[in-house]
Ligand binder design. Structure first.
Ligand code: TRP
Length: 364
């Protein structure tokens, strides 16, 4: 079977190192493997609006910011179809039909939605409660995925409940309407825990814009340095043994430091295992380790930042990519919508079937 790969992001801010290790790197790998018929990246503006209804300008402004990050990490518009969710008119219509296949208790059980509702602090009354559109977003995400008949969806494991929900919708739809129009998908997850959930610079939680603990792919040299220096470390006398577990500096080194980095910036040690052993023995201060981490992160981010600056000088080019990509995606999704309506028997004027059937019924 030919793979159709689809993934997306909400345009609510620039992308950061958590996005980089958690999904962007993987996308570039998939792109370069060339084992697909379509690789589609959706900028999910409509989904971003489900909890930003009062702030459309934020969503609008971040469409290009996110595109700049995509291009800067090496995603190639010749290989990837980039599109804007709200430009694809079939999506809300598919969502509307799928909504009838999912019960309210099933939607409310979604653990990711539950924790997001908590995190955003929605209230319980009619004014402050969670918007219907927000609890519904897994169903609209099922429309995103099925509209393109995607079989592979690269995401972090927090999105697994959405993929499961999508599969349930596909099965219900195909069973109820006795069809095979919709395609079952599976997730492609990051291959290790650190990549799946890179902690923020405060070491406490996942890197996330709302927690203000991010290093952005667009951060300048000084900002990166400051953020690395402000990373949490456990106070101790230098000769005392250091602790690796829960030490965010070492978590970052695990995610980013290569043996080449050691050779270049910390030749006293061959690799991270050796450094960790020395650190655990004692005698190694956090200052030196942070300096190394800073060297590593500067080397990772610098080419990305530079490419980002170059691309930002040619916004018309980026707009053209998005416009063309959205047009293409719109046509693909329209085709699926036609098939869906046909399977449901509500494609009244797509052919003569309905007309003939009704004329015959009343002429007998
Ligand atoms: N919910 C995803 C996120 O918050 C973004 C998204 C929207 C998505 N539509 C998608 C991801 C379709 C994968 C497939 O990151």
């Amino acid at each position: 079977m030919e793979n159709i790969i689809l993934t997306g992001d909400r345009p609510t801010g620039r992308l950061h190192l958590g996005h980089f290790v958690g999904s962007l790197k993987r996308r570039v790998e998939l792109q370069n493997k060339n084992d697909y018929k379509e690789l589609i990246i959706l900028i999910a503006d409509a989904q971003a609006l489900t909890d930003n209804s009062g702030n459309p300008q934020k969503v609008r402004d971040n469409v290009i910011e996110v595109m700049l990050d995509y291009l800067a990490v090496g995603l190639d518009p010749k290989k990837v179809t980039f599109c804007i969710q709200s430009e694809i008119r079939a999506l809300p219509e598919l969502t509307a039909y799928y909504m009838n296949l999912v019960t309210l208790p099933r939607v409310l059980r979604n653990p990711t939605v539950k924790s997001e509702v908590k995190l955003r602090g929605f209230g319980n009354n009619e004014e402050s409660g969670v918007p219907i559109g927000f609890v519904n977003y897994p169903i609209s995400q099922a429309a995103d995925i099925t509209a393109f008949k995607a079989n592979l969806v690269p995401v972090g494991d927090d999105q697994e409940p959405m993929i499961e929900q999508t599969r349930e919708i596909v099965r219900s739809f195909n069973r109820i309407y006795n069809t095979d129009v919709l395609v079952e998908c599976k997730s492609v997850l990051p291959d290790n825990e650190i990549c799946n959930r890179l902690p923020g610079t405060d070491g406490n939680a996942k890197m996330s814009k709302s927690l203000g603990n991010c290093i952005y792919l667009s951060d300048d040299e000084n900002t990166i340095k400051k953020k690395v220096n402000s990373m949490a470390s456990f106070p101790r006398a230098i000769e005392e043994p250091g602790v690796i577990e829960g030490n965010v500096i070492f978590t970052y080194l695990r995610a980013f430091a290569t043996n080449e980095h050691f050779e270049k910036y910390y030749p006293e040690y061959k690799n991270l295992d050796e450094l960790e052993m020395a650190y655990k023995k004692g005698g190694l201060g956090d200052g030196r380790i942070k300096k190394f981490l800073n060297d590593v992160l500067q080397e990772v981010i610098k080419p990305i930042r530079q490419r980002r600056i170059e691309f930002s000088k040619n916004i018309p080019y980026i707009l053209e990519i998005l416009k063309e990509g959205s047009k293409k995606a719109n046509a693909l999704a329209d085709k699926t919508l036609d098939e869906v309506k046909n399977a449901m028997g509500i494609d009244y004027f797509a052919n003569d079937k309905f007309s003939n059937e009704q004329i015959k019924k009343y002429s007998d």
